[in-house]
Design a protein around this ligand. Structure first.
Ligand SMILES: NC(=O)c1ccc[n+]([C@@H]2O[C@H](COP(=O)([O-])OP(=O)(O)OC[C@H]3O[C@@H](n4cnc5c(N)ncnc54)[C@H](OP(=O)(O)O)[C@@H]3O)[C@@H](O)[C@H]2O)c1
Length: 330
């Protein structure tokens, strides 16, 4: 099988190559695609150098699968063309996520949604949303969700290579002219991820609300997020307050979380931290406690690697289910 990777030279694209190799994905060949900046360079995969090309007519012919992580504009342009050339598209951008004809999938939560894919395009959710919906699904099954309030602490790699370069430059005492952030990020926190609408909500905050509702199939769920960029290289953290239909003791909640695929919620007393989860694939839960005033409310801390489970690993898990309809691996 041949797999095209659009955006292969980016933060997510490079991680996708790594995850495909680590998980022994049943592909023989990859076709890395990127911008003119990288065309002609090579990327290493399974001990071989693969030449990066620019996407163009015919670029996806002969590819059963295309993994996209080159931004929404490229996904809108190339998604339908790749599908027309015979590739199933798994797209990491926001381009198709809210399209009713496109499944938005976290395999451990709504893998069954993969069956209906009329456009031949499947969307990978936003990174913060992926790590949020896993514990929400477990708690919903245990006691019914009624309201979710979150504050996210999102790493600079969530803004791609430019984000990591900006932090590096500032930590070295300089400044990156190409920074994706609206102000200094080293020694700072910035409550701005994506453009702010007239209603005061940032784009990332809208994505967390809308995508969570779509994945959980709870279109009326009350969800609100405050999304914050923090000077962490890799790993997003979320402080969540979850209101349930019925009281749920922390021990029972922990058991429900621990039993859910893709989650680690050990009762060790140690809180998961982004530096520790970087390079891993589980969504890790800690600092789980009952609300002091309401037995239907829980507070928890959720951490995951945004480049892996928040992007590449989730996309490869989707791809595994597409090529191994028996379900692939968790
Ligand atoms: N970073 C995360 O944690 C994360 C998580 C979930 C989803 N995503 C989504 O994944 C996508 C990529 O994010 P990233 O963080 O990997 O960004 P990135 O590091 O900036 O990488 C962007 C990639 O897109 C390629 N590209 C840019 N313009 C192109 C063009 N005109 N034609 C073809 N390729 C082009 C780049 O190629 P060159 O190297 O040649 O410029 C590079 O390979 C975005 O849609 C993002 O929203 C990111």
């Amino acid at each position: 099988m041949r797999v095209a990777i659009l955006g292969a030279t980016g933060a997510v694209g490079r991680t996708m190559l790594q995850v495909l190799e680590e998980r022994g994905f049943p592909a023989d060949e990859v076709q890395p695609l990127a911008s003119a900046r990288s065309a002609g360079t090579t990327l290493r995969w399974r001990g071989r150098d693969w030449t990066v090309r620019m996407p163009g007519p015919g670029a996806f012919l002969g590819c059963e699968l295309a993994l996209f992580s080159a931004g929404a504009a490229r996904s809108r342009e190339w998604g339908p063309r790749a599908a027309a050339e015979g590739a199933l598209v798994v797209d990491n951008s926001s381009a198709w996520r809210m399209d009713p004809a496109v499944p938005l999938v976290v395999p451990e939560v709504n893998g069954a949604a993969l069956r209906e894919r009329p456009l031949g395009i499947i969307a990978n959710p936003n990174c913060a949303t992926i790590q949020l919906v896993l514990p929400l699904a477990a708690l919903h099954q245990a006691a019914g969700l009624t309201r979710v309030l979150v504050t996210t602490f999102q790493s600079v790699s969530g803004a791609g290579h430019r984000g990591e370069t900006a932090l590096d430059a500032e930590l070295a005492g300089g400044h990156s002219p190409d920074t994706p952030f609206p102000g200094p990020i080293a020694g700072n926190v910035i409550p701005w991820i994506g453009p702010r609408g007239a209603d005061g909500w940032n784009e990332e905050e809208r994505k967390v609300r809308e995508e969570t509702r779509k994945i959980l199939e709870l279109p009326e769920l009350r969800v609100a997020a405050t999304c914050v960029r923090v000077p962490v290289r890799v790993g997003h953290s979320i402080a969540a307050t979850v209101e349930l239909a019925r009281p749920l003791a922390p021990a029972a909640a922990r058991a429900a979380l621990q039993a859910w695929p893709g989650i680690s919620a050990p009762d060790t007393g140690a809180d998961p931290l982004p530096r520790d989860v970087a390079g891993t694939d589980l969504v890790q839960i800690g600092h789980l406690r009952a609300d002091p005033d309401d037995p239907r409310v829980l507070h928890l801390w959720i951490v995951a690697d945004n480049l892996r489970k928040g992007a590449a690993t989730n996309a490869v898990q989707i791809a595994e289910r597409l090529v191994e309809p028996a379900g692939g691996r968790p």
